[in-house]
Design a protein around this ligand. Structure first.
Ligand SMILES: [Fe+2]
Ligand SMILES: [Fe+2]
Length: 147
């Protein structure tokens, strides 16, 4: 069984791939054609955020007592990314190419920086503090349905 860090890092890559596929589709076939991949990307990102916000972050906060630290910062960045995802959807509906590609550029940079912080710092700390609860955390994430 993969550990939490490996599992979540792999999910970052998976979300990145869907995002790249959406951009590519928009580029080659136009914005309307990218709608389905947009929905898939938005769903996958939301699911990933919720695995962190509903399972990993609370477990980490409970174990370490660190409630104002890295998890708070990551939550704030999730909020920013959620609003970007929403705006990208609006650009698609307006068929506004300039807005769409401007927003996806911003989003890509933000996701890259966010994921790097999690992979290099937060997931590593999670791994250190929660290795004893790993099985339970993995089970909770696997059985989670996105709200
Ligand atoms: Fe995150
Ligand atoms: Fe993440």
């Amino acid at each position: 069984m993969a550990n939490i860090k490996e599992f979540m890092t792999k999910d970052h890559r998976h979300c990145d791939d869907t995002f790249a596929a959406m951009e590519q589709k928009a580029n080659s076939e136009g914005l309307a054609a990218a709608k389905e991949l947009y929905n898939k990307m938005a769903e996958e990102m939301e699911h990933h955020f919720q695995m962190e916000e509903r399972v990993i972050f609370p477990a980490f906060e409970e174990k370490t007592g660190m409630t104002e630290g890295p998890t708070q910062m990551m939550r704030m960045e999730h909020t920013q990314m959620r609003s970007l995802i929403k705006e990208i959807g609006e650009a698609l509906d307006e068929d506004n190419k300039d807005r769409f590609f401007g927003l996806t550029e911003t989003m890509m940079i933000m996701v890259q920086q966010h994921n790097m912080k999690e992979e290099q710092m937060l997931y590593t700390m999670v791994q250190q503090h929660l290795s004893g609860d790993e099985e339970q955390i993995m089970m909770m994430m696997e059985s989670m349905i996105t709200q």
